[in-house]
Ligand binder design. Structure first.
Ligand SMILES: NC(=O)c1ccc[n+]([C@@H]2O[C@H](COP(=O)([O-])OP(=O)(O)OC[C@H]3O[C@@H](n4cnc5c(N)ncnc54)[C@H](O)[C@@H]3O)[C@@H](O)[C@H]2O)c1
Length: 428
């Protein structure tokens, strides 16, 4: 696995657990040193135990030495990041191509090179071109095998995937990957063979569709708020239709994370370059950006338009629960905006303090929910960690009764009203 991030580490540990010998390579020496000291650089439920078990059994190894890893491997997975290029909104492929150049220098005998990173259509062709400048085409095969795991549920998603998508034109490559994934196929995972570009597009189309679903129900929630309809009922009523399905129909803040925002942008740029207008996805991106503004305006409204010197507490600042990933979290928009308006922000997150907020004044990390809620004016529940679902507001009030804005609809609106709390939620 080249790149020991969320994808490389999780899939590396899971492949090792299936009995393979896995080298996780990363150019970040600190990360590799940490892993070799049995410390995990990311938060992912169950990952620490899985890594420890397979590290002890010597099936899982961590190194910065790419040559050594390549020499000892039959299959090489590229798992490096593909963030958004600031200027063009397309995927930044510099890390992927850097790995391709490094592979070209190190391959001595036949290898299967698999792109697990999310990459635009035809990236596999480009990787092949880079490597073939130095290596005979008989000695390698470039395959696309996009990853569909979700942070927070990553190990389960790896072990019980809905499908394994493999894109190639080579029978040999299909066979190798089918063998590798055989334990998962035997448990019911579908193994879909397609061409390389097809696999690359399946990943983008899937993420764009999921982002669309979230954005769709969020817009419906906006209408619910104006018409006295409960958006939760609508989501259930719509989701029970088997053609639609209930998953990803949960109202909340703007979607974020390391995938949906960057992948929706990248697919529209790719399509534009082929003179194809993906207008639905473009509209989803815009709607999601607007949602950050919309919810911030709602916060200001809840505070009766008086934000200056008001204390606002955020419970959860990552893009969702069960991850420490801050990438494209809507908090990165909301918190700086409110600070500029003169608010004082406190936050608590189960995964600890965030370096992203270091530069801000009037922003305090609290290491407990109690401290974060003390003397606050407004409590915002931003993510749905289990510990946020059972808050005793009476006890948290102490000296001051604060307002509550629940962006995940964790509490019953009737209960909260009965108890006399000033409670606001989404689409209800
Ligand atoms: N995070 C997710 O939930 C998820 C899910 C599915 C797919 N993906 C895709 O998988 C890819 C990786 O995502 P991630 O979240 O794991 O990224 P990440 O940023 O967590 O990890 C990438 C790692 O690659 C390393 N790296 C970069 N260049 C390298 C090189 N030349 N040699 C060795 N290591 C190198 C970095 O140091 C980093 O540790 C992206 O394309 C992403 O879109 C991510």
């Amino acid at each position: 696995m080249v790149g020991a991030g969320y994808v490389g580490l999780v899939s590396g540990a899971c492949f090792a657990d299936l009995g393979n010998t896995v080298y996780c390579v990363d150019k970040n020496k600190d990360k590799i040193d940490l892993l070799n000291r049995n410390k995990i650089p990311i938060f992912e439920p169950g990952l620490k135990e899985l890594i420890y078990k397979n590290y002890l059994s010597k099936r899982l190894k961590f190194t910065t030495d790419l040559r050594l890893a390549i020499k000892n491997s039959d299959i090489i997975f590229i798992c490096v990041g593909t963030p958004t290029l600031k200027k063009s909104r397309s995927a930044d492929l510099q890390y992927v191509f850097k790995v391709a150049h490094e592979l070209a220098k190190s391959i001595k005998k036949f290898k299967i090179i698999v792109t697990k990173s999310t990459v635009p259509i035809s990236t596999g062709d480009k990787i092949e071109k880079i490597i073939s400048k130095r290596i005979n085409k008989k000695n390698f095969e470039v395959v696309s095998n996009p990853e569909f795991l979700r942070e927070g549920d990553a190990i389960r998603d790896f072990r019980y995937p809905d499908r394994i998508v493999v894109g190639s034109n080579s029978k040999k490559a299909f066979k190798k990957l089918r063998d590798l994934y055989d334990p998962l196929i035997k448990k019911g995972a579908k193994f879909l063979e397609t061409n390389r570009r097809g696999a690359e597009l399946i990943k983008y189309a899937s993420n764009a569709f999921l982002a669309t679903k979230i954005t769709f129900i969020n817009e419906i929630a906006n209408l619910c708020e104006k018409t006295n309809v409960n958006a939760e009922d609508v989501a259930i009523g719509v989701g029970l239709d088997q053609r639609i399905g209930s998953r990803f129909l949960r109202v909340g803040p703007a979607y974020g994370g390391s995938c949906f925002p960057k992948d929706t942008k990248a697919i529209t740029v790719t399509a534009d370059s082929y003179k194809t207008n993906l207008s639905i996805i473009k509209s989803v991106i815009k709607s999601n950006e607007n949602r950050k503004i919309l919810l911030t305006k709602k916060i200001i409204k809840i505070l009766s338009n008086k934000v200056k010197n008001k204390v606002i507490t955020f419970l959860g600042v990552t893009f969702k629960a069960n991850t420490d990933d801050m990438r494209d979290s809507s908090c990165l928009f909301m918190i700086p905006f409110l600070l500029k308006k003169g608010a004082k922000i406190k936050y608590y997150d189960p995964t600890g303090e965030k370096k992203e907020f270091n530069k801000h004044k009037n922003l305090t990390y609290c290491n407990s929910i109690e401290k974060a809620c003390n003397k606050t004016d407004l409590l915002i529940i931003h993510t749905d960690w289990e510990e946020f679902k059972v808050l005793s507001f009476d006890k948290l009030y102490k000296k001051k009764k604060f307002k509550i804005y629940d962006m995940r609809n964790l509490y019953s609106i009737e209960d909260m009203r009965k108890k006399g709390f000033q409670y606001y939620s989404i689409g209800r």
